[in-house]
Ligand binder design. Structure first.
Ligand code: GAR
Length: 212
């Protein structure tokens, strides 16, 4: 039996991806791991309420209290060390982390992004903007990606992806909802479960999933 991993979820907003993780945990789908703390960069984030409703410890580390991303990341690193993080999940976390944290937790940070990387990703592509850009381009398929975080924004090794159809008459909001329901809320818990089961192997920036 592997050691139970401490999963720390970083959030900034509504927290529907956090909810998907909590639901998966409660269904017993994340063996060998437990969400032990939720940290929000935004004191108003509804994600905090979701955690509290499930008796999960929360911490607020408000971005506004820090002059820049570097000092913010330094403070975050300290909290993650106190919390003995084994896995850090960025679930709608809207701050680009400094490399000091990425280096300290190499291959232990995963992010969910609402497109099929390498399309519609990188600096400035976050939240609803990603879906606006996909609609502007007129793609017929989009989706979501879960990937390890490295020093390149949305550039780390891809763990899982799932495609979602774009429909005529879609608005960014409608598309966002479909991508969340059909892709993000499925592949994020699945990737977390695979990580906790030590089934993700990274070699040359490629992820292989070990068979059971
Ligand atoms: C999600 O669609 C997530 O993929 C996206 O923000 C939304 C957060 O929703 N993240 C990014 O764009 C990161 N680049 P949630 O707070 O309801 O999980």
């Amino acid at each position: 039996m592997n050691k139970m991993k401490n999963i720390i979820v970083l959030v900034s907003g509504g927290g529907t991806n956090l909810q998907a993780l909590i639901d998966a945990q409660e269904r017993g789908e994340i063996q060998n791991g437990k969400i032990t703390c939720v940290i929000s960069s935004n004191p108003e984030a509804y994600a905090l309420k979701r955690a509290e409703m499930h008796q999960i410890k929360t911490k607020i580390l408000s971005r506004k209290e820090f002059p820049n991303n570097f000092s913010y990341t330094q403070a975050l690193l300290k909290v993650l060390q106190e919390e003995k993080a084994d896995l850090i999940v960025l679930a709608g976390f809207m701050i680009i982390l400094d490399k000091i944290l990425i280096q300290a937790y190499e291959n232990q940070i995963i992010n969910v992004h609402p497109s099929l990387i390498p399309a519609f990703c990188g600096d400035g592509f976050y939240g609803l903007h990603v879906h606006e850009k996909a609609l502007e381009k007129g793609v017929k398929l989009t989706g979501a990606t879960v990937h390890f975080v490295n020093e390149i924004c949305d550039g780390g090794a891809i763990i899982l992806q799932k495609a979602v159809e774009v429909k005529q008459g879609d608005t960014p909001e409608k598309l966002q909802k479909r991508v969340m329901e059909q892709a993000e809320w499925k592949i994020l818990p699945e990737a977390v479960s695979l990580f906790c089961a030590d089934r993700l192997v990274i070699q040359n920036q490629h992820v292989e999933i070990k068979a059971l």
